[in-house]
Design a protein around this ligand. Structure first.
Ligand code: R5P
Length: 282
Protein backbone atom coordinates (compact mmCIF):
# COMPACT_ATOMS: atom_id res chain seq x y z
CA UNK A 1 0.00 0.00 0.00
CA UNK A 2 1.32 3.44 -1.01
CA UNK A 3 0.16 6.27 1.25
CA UNK A 4 0.68 9.85 0.12
CA UNK A 5 1.26 13.06 2.00
CA UNK A 6 -0.57 16.04 0.51
CA UNK A 7 2.64 17.38 -1.11
CA UNK A 8 3.47 14.13 -2.94
CA UNK A 9 0.27 12.91 -4.55
CA UNK A 10 1.53 12.77 -8.14
CA UNK A 11 4.76 11.02 -7.17
CA UNK A 12 2.87 8.56 -4.94
CA UNK A 13 0.53 7.73 -7.83
CA UNK A 14 3.52 7.18 -10.12
CA UNK A 15 5.16 4.97 -7.50
CA UNK A 16 1.96 2.93 -7.23
CA UNK A 17 2.02 2.51 -11.03
CA UNK A 18 5.67 1.44 -11.08
CA UNK A 19 5.38 -0.98 -8.15
CA UNK A 20 1.83 -2.22 -8.75
CA UNK A 21 1.01 -1.27 -5.14
CA UNK A 22 -2.41 0.00 -4.06
CA UNK A 23 -2.58 3.80 -3.78
CA UNK A 24 -4.50 4.45 -0.57
CA UNK A 25 -7.13 7.15 -0.38
CA UNK A 26 -6.08 9.76 2.18
CA UNK A 27 -8.22 12.59 3.52
CA UNK A 28 -6.61 15.84 4.65
CA UNK A 29 -8.48 18.17 6.97
CA UNK A 30 -7.71 21.42 8.77
CA UNK A 31 -9.69 22.34 11.89
CA UNK A 32 -10.81 25.95 12.44
CA UNK A 33 -7.98 26.45 14.97
CA UNK A 34 -5.43 25.52 12.31
CA UNK A 35 -4.64 21.99 13.48
CA UNK A 36 -4.33 19.30 10.83
CA UNK A 37 -5.76 15.82 10.63
CA UNK A 38 -5.18 13.07 8.11
CA UNK A 39 -7.29 9.94 7.70
CA UNK A 40 -6.63 6.75 5.77
CA UNK A 41 -10.11 5.23 5.46
CA UNK A 42 -8.87 1.79 4.34
CA UNK A 43 -5.49 1.22 5.97
CA UNK A 44 -5.46 -2.59 5.65
CA UNK A 45 -2.05 -3.80 4.50
CA UNK A 46 0.97 -5.64 5.85
CA UNK A 47 3.32 -3.04 4.49
CA UNK A 48 2.72 0.68 4.14
CA UNK A 49 4.99 2.94 2.11
CA UNK A 50 4.39 6.56 3.06
CA UNK A 51 5.51 9.04 0.39
CA UNK A 52 5.65 12.51 1.87
CA UNK A 53 7.96 15.36 0.96
CA UNK A 54 8.23 17.83 3.81
CA UNK A 55 8.76 21.32 2.42
CA UNK A 56 6.56 22.86 5.14
CA UNK A 57 5.79 22.45 8.84
CA UNK A 58 2.30 21.22 7.90
CA UNK A 59 3.83 18.49 5.74
CA UNK A 60 5.98 17.34 8.67
CA UNK A 61 2.91 17.09 10.92
CA UNK A 62 0.96 15.19 8.26
CA UNK A 63 3.80 12.70 7.92
CA UNK A 64 3.84 11.97 11.65
CA UNK A 65 0.07 11.60 11.61
CA UNK A 66 0.17 9.19 8.65
CA UNK A 67 2.74 7.05 10.44
CA UNK A 68 0.59 6.98 13.56
CA UNK A 69 -2.56 6.13 11.60
CA UNK A 70 -0.86 3.16 9.93
CA UNK A 71 0.59 1.85 13.21
CA UNK A 72 -2.79 2.22 14.92
CA UNK A 73 -4.34 0.20 12.07
CA UNK A 74 -1.87 -2.63 12.63
CA UNK A 75 0.29 -2.19 9.54
CA UNK A 76 3.30 -4.43 10.23
CA UNK A 77 6.03 -2.65 8.28
CA UNK A 78 6.14 1.08 7.63
CA UNK A 79 8.61 2.53 5.15
CA UNK A 80 8.81 6.32 5.11
CA UNK A 81 9.91 7.93 1.86
CA UNK A 82 10.73 11.62 2.16
CA UNK A 83 11.49 12.48 -1.49
CA UNK A 84 12.41 16.00 -0.31
CA UNK A 85 13.38 16.20 3.33
CA UNK A 86 12.78 19.65 4.74
CA UNK A 87 15.29 20.97 7.30
CA UNK A 88 18.00 18.68 5.89
CA UNK A 89 20.21 21.71 5.20
CA UNK A 90 20.27 22.50 8.94
CA UNK A 91 22.45 19.50 9.73
CA UNK A 92 25.03 21.15 11.97
CA UNK A 93 25.39 23.82 14.63
CA UNK A 94 26.18 27.07 12.80
CA UNK A 95 26.37 29.26 15.95
CA UNK A 96 26.29 28.56 19.65
CA UNK A 97 22.77 27.83 20.79
CA UNK A 98 21.57 26.38 17.47
CA UNK A 99 19.66 23.11 17.30
CA UNK A 100 20.61 20.51 14.72
CA UNK A 101 17.19 20.81 13.15
CA UNK A 102 17.71 17.94 10.71
CA UNK A 103 18.42 15.69 13.71
CA UNK A 104 15.27 16.87 15.51
CA UNK A 105 13.19 16.07 12.41
CA UNK A 106 14.94 12.74 11.86
CA UNK A 107 14.35 11.66 15.45
CA UNK A 108 10.66 12.52 15.26
CA UNK A 109 10.24 10.64 11.97
CA UNK A 110 12.17 7.62 13.30
CA UNK A 111 9.62 6.99 16.04
CA UNK A 112 6.91 6.00 13.54
CA UNK A 113 8.71 3.95 10.93
CA UNK A 114 10.88 0.92 10.33
CA UNK A 115 12.95 2.46 7.59
CA UNK A 116 13.52 5.77 5.79
CA UNK A 117 14.44 6.67 2.21
CA UNK A 118 15.18 10.18 1.01
CA UNK A 119 16.21 11.45 -2.41
CA UNK A 120 19.51 13.35 -2.82
CA UNK A 121 19.54 15.17 0.52
CA UNK A 122 21.75 18.24 0.74
CA UNK A 123 24.37 16.10 2.53
CA UNK A 124 24.20 12.31 2.38
CA UNK A 125 25.28 11.90 6.01
CA UNK A 126 21.90 13.27 7.10
CA UNK A 127 20.82 9.60 7.07
CA UNK A 128 23.03 9.02 10.14
CA UNK A 129 20.70 11.26 12.15
CA UNK A 130 17.83 8.74 12.02
CA UNK A 131 17.35 6.13 14.73
CA UNK A 132 16.17 3.54 12.16
CA UNK A 133 17.90 2.33 8.96
CA UNK A 134 17.90 5.20 6.47
CA UNK A 135 19.36 5.51 2.98
CA UNK A 136 19.46 7.86 0.03
CA UNK A 137 18.20 7.53 -3.53
CA UNK A 138 20.38 9.03 -6.26
CA UNK A 139 18.81 11.30 -8.87
CA UNK A 140 21.71 13.17 -10.52
CA UNK A 141 21.50 11.05 -13.67
CA UNK A 142 17.82 11.98 -14.08
CA UNK A 143 18.75 15.63 -14.58
CA UNK A 144 19.94 14.75 -18.10
CA UNK A 145 16.59 13.26 -19.14
CA UNK A 146 14.65 16.39 -20.17
CA UNK A 147 17.61 18.02 -21.95
CA UNK A 148 17.48 18.48 -25.74
CA UNK A 149 19.61 15.95 -27.59
CA UNK A 150 21.41 18.58 -29.64
CA UNK A 151 23.48 20.36 -26.98
CA UNK A 152 26.56 22.06 -28.44
CA UNK A 153 29.78 20.99 -26.69
CA UNK A 154 27.83 20.67 -23.45
CA UNK A 155 29.38 21.76 -20.19
CA UNK A 156 27.74 20.50 -16.99
CA UNK A 157 28.46 22.92 -14.15
CA UNK A 158 27.55 22.91 -10.48
CA UNK A 159 27.52 26.27 -8.69
CA UNK A 160 29.78 24.98 -5.92
CA UNK A 161 32.23 22.15 -5.36
CA UNK A 162 29.83 20.33 -3.02
CA UNK A 163 27.41 19.50 -5.82
CA UNK A 164 30.00 18.51 -8.44
CA UNK A 165 28.73 14.95 -8.17
CA UNK A 166 25.43 16.07 -9.73
CA UNK A 167 27.16 17.70 -12.71
CA UNK A 168 29.19 14.51 -13.19
CA UNK A 169 26.16 12.24 -12.90
CA UNK A 170 24.17 14.34 -15.38
CA UNK A 171 27.09 14.46 -17.82
CA UNK A 172 27.57 10.71 -17.63
CA UNK A 173 23.87 10.11 -18.20
CA UNK A 174 23.82 12.55 -21.14
CA UNK A 175 26.72 10.65 -22.64
CA UNK A 176 28.95 13.48 -23.81
CA UNK A 177 30.37 16.82 -22.69
CA UNK A 178 32.47 17.92 -19.75
CA UNK A 179 31.74 18.71 -16.13
CA UNK A 180 33.11 21.38 -13.85
CA UNK A 181 32.15 23.57 -10.90
CA UNK A 182 32.14 27.20 -9.82
CA UNK A 183 32.94 28.52 -6.32
CA UNK A 184 30.08 29.91 -4.24
CA UNK A 185 30.13 32.25 -1.26
CA UNK A 186 26.82 32.80 0.49
CA UNK A 187 26.65 36.15 2.31
CA UNK A 188 22.97 35.94 3.31
CA UNK A 189 20.07 33.69 2.37
CA UNK A 190 19.52 35.71 -0.81
CA UNK A 191 22.95 37.27 -1.38
CA UNK A 192 25.18 34.78 -3.15
CA UNK A 193 28.47 35.37 -4.96
CA UNK A 194 29.60 33.01 -7.71
CA UNK A 195 33.26 32.86 -8.73
CA UNK A 196 33.58 31.36 -12.23
CA UNK A 197 37.09 29.89 -11.82
CA UNK A 198 38.78 28.95 -15.07
CA UNK A 199 35.83 27.34 -16.84
CA UNK A 200 35.66 28.11 -20.58
CA UNK A 201 32.05 28.12 -21.76
CA UNK A 202 32.28 30.47 -24.76
CA UNK A 203 29.80 29.34 -27.41
CA UNK A 204 28.93 26.18 -25.48
CA UNK A 205 25.57 25.04 -24.14
CA UNK A 206 25.71 24.89 -20.35
CA UNK A 207 23.69 22.75 -17.97
CA UNK A 208 23.72 24.02 -14.39
CA UNK A 209 23.02 21.32 -11.80
CA UNK A 210 22.22 21.68 -8.10
CA UNK A 211 20.39 19.71 -5.44
CA UNK A 212 17.94 22.49 -4.56
CA UNK A 213 16.69 25.71 -6.10
CA UNK A 214 15.09 27.66 -3.25
CA UNK A 215 15.20 31.44 -3.72
CA UNK A 216 16.94 31.04 -7.08
CA UNK A 217 19.79 33.31 -5.90
CA UNK A 218 22.51 30.73 -6.50
CA UNK A 219 21.35 29.77 -9.96
CA UNK A 220 20.57 33.30 -11.16
CA UNK A 221 24.05 34.45 -10.11
CA UNK A 222 25.54 31.46 -11.92
CA UNK A 223 23.52 32.29 -15.04
CA UNK A 224 24.80 35.89 -14.90
CA UNK A 225 28.36 34.59 -14.79
CA UNK A 226 27.71 32.31 -17.76
CA UNK A 227 26.14 35.12 -19.79
CA UNK A 228 29.18 37.30 -19.07
CA UNK A 229 31.37 34.47 -20.34
CA UNK A 230 29.39 34.19 -23.60
CA UNK A 231 27.83 30.79 -23.04
CA UNK A 232 25.29 29.76 -25.68
CA UNK A 233 22.13 28.25 -24.17
CA UNK A 234 21.83 27.85 -20.39
CA UNK A 235 19.67 25.09 -18.86
CA UNK A 236 19.06 25.11 -15.11
CA UNK A 237 18.41 21.73 -13.49
CA UNK A 238 17.89 20.60 -9.91
CA UNK A 239 16.60 17.63 -7.96
CA UNK A 240 14.32 19.60 -5.62
CA UNK A 241 12.58 22.59 -7.28
CA UNK A 242 11.40 24.51 -4.22
CA UNK A 243 11.27 27.64 -6.38
CA UNK A 244 9.95 29.91 -3.64
CA UNK A 245 8.84 33.50 -4.00
CA UNK A 246 10.11 35.02 -7.27
CA UNK A 247 12.76 32.38 -8.06
CA UNK A 248 11.34 31.62 -11.52
CA UNK A 249 11.20 35.31 -12.40
CA UNK A 250 14.80 35.79 -11.25
CA UNK A 251 15.96 32.91 -13.39
CA UNK A 252 13.95 34.03 -16.36
CA UNK A 253 15.30 37.58 -16.00
CA UNK A 254 18.83 36.19 -15.87
CA UNK A 255 18.18 34.57 -19.26
CA UNK A 256 17.82 30.81 -18.73
CA UNK A 257 16.56 28.77 -21.66
CA UNK A 258 14.70 26.24 -19.48
CA UNK A 259 14.35 25.05 -15.87
CA UNK A 260 14.01 21.34 -15.14
CA UNK A 261 13.46 19.57 -11.83
CA UNK A 262 12.22 16.24 -10.53
CA UNK A 263 8.89 15.41 -8.93
CA UNK A 264 10.25 15.24 -5.36
CA UNK A 265 8.38 18.54 -5.27
CA UNK A 266 5.42 18.97 -7.58
CA UNK A 267 5.99 22.04 -9.69
CA UNK A 268 5.36 22.81 -13.35
CA UNK A 269 9.10 22.31 -13.99
CA UNK A 270 9.03 18.77 -12.49
CA UNK A 271 9.77 17.13 -15.82
CA UNK A 272 11.33 13.92 -14.60
CA UNK A 273 10.10 11.38 -12.08
CA UNK A 274 12.08 9.79 -9.26
CA UNK A 275 9.41 7.06 -8.93
CA UNK A 276 11.43 4.33 -10.71
CA UNK A 277 14.54 5.11 -8.63
CA UNK A 278 12.50 4.99 -5.40
CA UNK A 279 10.86 1.73 -6.51
CA UNK A 280 14.31 0.17 -7.01
CA UNK A 281 15.31 1.20 -3.49
CA UNK A 282 12.17 -0.10 -1.75
C1 R5P B 1 23.05 24.85 -0.91
O1 R5P B 1 24.28 24.87 -0.88
C2 R5P B 1 22.31 24.12 -1.98
O2 R5P B 1 23.13 23.23 -2.65
C3 R5P B 1 21.67 25.07 -2.98
O3 R5P B 1 22.68 25.68 -3.75
C4 R5P B 1 20.86 26.12 -2.30
O4 R5P B 1 19.96 25.53 -1.42
C5 R5P B 1 20.12 26.98 -3.30
O5 R5P B 1 19.43 27.96 -2.60
P1 R5P B 1 18.98 29.31 -3.32
O6 R5P B 1 18.18 28.93 -4.53
O7 R5P B 1 18.17 30.01 -2.29
O8 R5P B 1 20.21 30.07 -3.67
Amino acid sequence: MIVSGSESQILAARLADVTGGRLARVEFKRFPDGELKVRVPDPSADRGVIVASTPSCDAHIELLQLQDALRAAGVQEIVTVMPFMGYARQSKVFETGDPISARAMARAVSTGTDRVLTVEPHKTDVVDLFDVPASTVKAGDLLAEPLPGDLTEPMFVSPDEESTYLAEAARNAYGRGESNHFEKTRHTSTDVEIEPRDVDVTGRDVVLTDDIIATGSTMSEAVDVLQAKDAARVFVTCVHPILMSNAVLKLSDAGVDAIYGTDTLERTVSEVSVAPAIADAL
